[in-house]
Design a protein. Sequence first.
Length: 431
Amino acid sequence: PLADKDARILVVGGAGTIGSSTALHLLRRGYSNVRILDVYPSPSGNSAGNDLNKICGNDRGLGIWGDISDEAWEGWTHDPVFQPYCHSVGKLDLACGDTPRAAQLRRKYNLLQSLGRKDVEWLSDGDAIKRKAGHLADANIETWNGLWCGEGGWVAAHDALDSVGRELASLGIKTAFGPSGTFVSLLLSEDGKTCTGVKAADGTEWPADLVVFAAGAWSPVLLDLQGQCESKAWIYAHIQLTPEEAEQLKGIPTMYNDEYGFFMEPSATGLLKFCNEFAGYTHYTTATPFPLTEPVRISVPRSHAAHPTDTIPTESLEDIKRLIAKTISWLSGRPLINQALCWCTDTPDAQWLLCEDPRWKGLVLATGDSGHSFKTLPVAGKQVVDLIEGVLAPERKHAWRWRPGHGDPNGTGRGGPRPKDLADVPGWKHD
Ligand code: FSA
């Protein structure tokens, strides 16, 4: 194991998705001296998980991510910390006609079927989709097709993250939020080979026996990850429904389409969130991640919490309008409120970066989201603690290893074109 039960453990980014899950699993396994550091208190305003909702589902049997989604689904449906926030309303994964994505979904359907899944169905046209999703009755989706999964739906992301924060407090977590929790650099031993803690923005030095670095989209900006993570922004906007409209959309299944985007059931207060789907936006500028001494050009997130009046690119707003017009057109023209950028980090092969940092003893990396993490919230941290205890399955250890130069360095982890940079898209007003 990398740490004893009484070791001083710091979790950088401990009020975000992977970090708070890690702290939860550490405390549940009896580690007694765990402190989370974060710019914001839990749930962190910088976390992509601090969001109205996220898609969730169970892909049991389909490789590492399928198995993790199954473990997570058990948590979402049974663990009292998570269960109140899980809405198992079913999930539609849809494609526009005869596309490569449709073929991929069809293969996924065949596999799930062969594994004996009873809750999956292939929906071969718009009518079949509408039988599952009454709210799409008037949608112009005749040629769409795709996969229905009964074991799936959505999770109330902010509320679930908040629930973890409350559970951590009741289990005795130590915290440092604000300037004293804001990572500036690692502390190193005299020979430079061991990480001995973290230095914070206000100058506080936090000594530690083990540091878990889970800074999400800020990871490659704070720590030099040698090109393994590239942070990008995705977009959301909301419509405020009347109580009658919200009632009408109660219990609708989650709908995702790889070209148009996605939306799911409105919140208890009648907020309906819409996301367009695309390659994300980078924000290239200069930064000096530890331990570099010269600035490098890198995609740097811009905190929405710190800059709440920033706007979103016009093309994404248009995409969101197009999604609404295509699927639920009676809401077209309604004000789109709470528009924001939401920052995640991608690896070139879309696997996490969850490993010991080979440069310094005593540092574990837990980042590289690649769009996977929130649905794994109940068990993401279990992987980290398994790594710390030396019991992470070899297949997972290999997938999440330190791997600079692995794959296409300009890759997106998702195929397709390079993402656009925010500097090149009109409509993004900031400062
Ligand atoms: O069910 C899912 O895996 C959706 S991930 C949601 C999302 O917005 C992606 O669609 C996007 O491309 C990016 O990875 C951020 O997360």
